[in-house]
Design a protein around this ligand. Structure first.
Ligand SMILES: Cc1cc2nc3c(=O)[nH]c(=O)nc-3n(C[C@H](O)[C@H](O)[C@H](O)COP(=O)(O)OP(=O)(O)OC[C@H]3O[C@@H](n4cnc5c(N)ncnc54)[C@H](O)[C@@H]3O)c2cc1C
Length: 385
């Protein structure tokens, strides 16, 4: 007989773990599936630092916060900021222990409608029937490699940042990084520190400034949204645009000051206001790069720091069934109601897919515990009839 559950929570990154904490606290019966923090462990460089600080914690009940974790270590935020990826992962392990959260590290291959609920199929062929499903599956399906970059470089010679996090193969190599935001610069610093011979960076805009980002305005907005989930959607388009511009401005127009020294190296060459016009593979195996400012140089490998673009049609577990075409979308985002429910009843999305209806904060961990409270309350009301 197939297993059944009233609720399947897919994803054990910040959004899934935060919701799991809420569900546990409210004793809402559920099955939680996902490899804990695997995107952070397997698709980000081990020596990376976070942009966010200690105030963006996961606890919907405000107890297992990063600051309270630090108290157990007799440390202050200033002792650990900027947060290393290692530190953040140890916080998450502590958080999971505090909340007694142990997701099942199973891989979902398909979710399809079955009766009034869903059949969720796993990589080992087993399946579960779930009345409701919450999708907290993160960014991994939305890597953006825009044209013409897709066809400009020979296959196997370029990778998206998420696909290239171990730089040991780049020792003594020459690298081109396409992109000029924080990830591009942090990858450049890390690749330089791994002993690359030369790193060229090309981007279409000016070099962003090494200025501390100001995220202090985000927390009050996200916190108040927990009791006003309709707040962002009810703003005028002008007001929404202003918030989006401010959020992405903090993220994209600034680089973390702690990167400045690491980037100012003779071997790191910045090419602001440029684009790649040509890439020729030479008989030596080198790639000869031409930019639209006339410069040319040989390299060995290309890294595309070209970010992410929402398109839920890219989520294989939905595309493998019949759900993709049933979910109403706008600009690639699922259209969600005030409890994060999609146009398919009982199918919820959080994290980046919720950013269009709930605001750009949902691309960051800042929104995880607010999301948990809103979805958790809605599920609790459904459970209690
Ligand atoms: C380089 C980089 C740096 C970043 N730095 C910051 C930062 O400093 N601060 C910040 O707030 N945000 C940062 N972000 C954004 C951050 O990654 C996201 O906000 C966050 O990871 C979103 O959490 P999530 O829970 O939605 O997804 P994820 O953390 O991606 O977790 C997704 C979960 O879904 C599971 N899953 C996916 N598919 C399946 C499947 N088929 N079957 C089973 N399970 C599945 C995974 O196993 C995982 O458990 C950064 C992103 C990148 C790429």
């Amino acid at each position: 007989m197939q297993n059944t559950t009233p609720l399947l929570l897919a994803g054990a990154g910040p959004f899934g773990l935060s919701l799991a904490a809420y569900l546990k606290h409210e004793k809402i019966e559920h099955v939680h599936v996902g490899a804990s923090m695997d995107y952070w462990k397997n698709f980000m460089p081990q020596k990376m630092f976070l942009r966010s600080a200690c105030d963006w914690h996961l606890d919907p009940h405000n107890e297992a916060t990063i600051v309270n974790y630090l108290k157990t270590l007799n440390l202050q935020p200033a002792d650990v900021e900027p947060l290393s990826l290692d530190f953040y992962l140890t916080y998450i392990e502590w958080f999971q222990r505090q909340k007694n959260i142990s997701p099942l590290p199973a891989w979902i291959t398909k979710i399809d409608q079955a009766g009034h609920g869903f059949e969720v199929t796993f990589a080992d062929g087993s399946s579960t029937l779930a009345e409701k499903v919450v999708m907290a599956v993160g960014l991994r399906y939305f890597k953006n490699i825009p044209e013409p970059l897709n066809s400009l470089f020979p296959s196997g010679r370029f990778h998206h940042t998420a696909e290239y996090i171990d730089f040991s193969n780049l020792k003594d190599k020459r690298v081109l990084i396409v992109g000029g935001r924080q990830s591009a610069f942090e990858w450049a610093a890390l690749i330089h520190e791994e002993g690359a011979q030369n790193i060229h960076m090309t981007y279409r805009h000016d070099t962003p400034t090494f200025t501390p980002s100001d995220w202090t305005w985000v927390n009050p907005l996200v916190e108040s949204m927990a009791n006003r989930p309709e707040w962002f959607r009810n703003l005028s388009q002008e007001e929404k645009d202003a918030i989006i511009k401010r959020m992405w401005g903090e993220g994209r127009l600034k680089l973390e000051p702690w990167l400045a020294k690491r980037i100012t190296q003779e071997t790191i060459h910045l090419h602001p206001q440029t684009q790649v016009t040509d890439c020729k593979e030479l008989p030596t195996g080198e790639l000869q790069i031409s930019l639209n400012d006339g410069s040319t140089f040989p390299i060995d490998h290309v890294i595309l720091a070209t970010g992410y673009k929402m398109d839920i049609a890219q989520i294989p577990m939905l595309a493998n069934g019949t759900l993709t075409s049933k979910i109403k979308t706008q600009n690639g985002f699922p259209v969600l109601d005030e409890s994060f429910q999609s146009s398919v009843p009982n199918l919820y999305f959080t994290g980046l897919p919720a950013a269009q209806d709930f605001g750009p904060f949902f691309g960051f961990t800042a929104a995880a515990n607010t999301s948990a409270r809103i979805i958790g309350r809605a599920l609790s009301m459904k459970q209690n009839g």
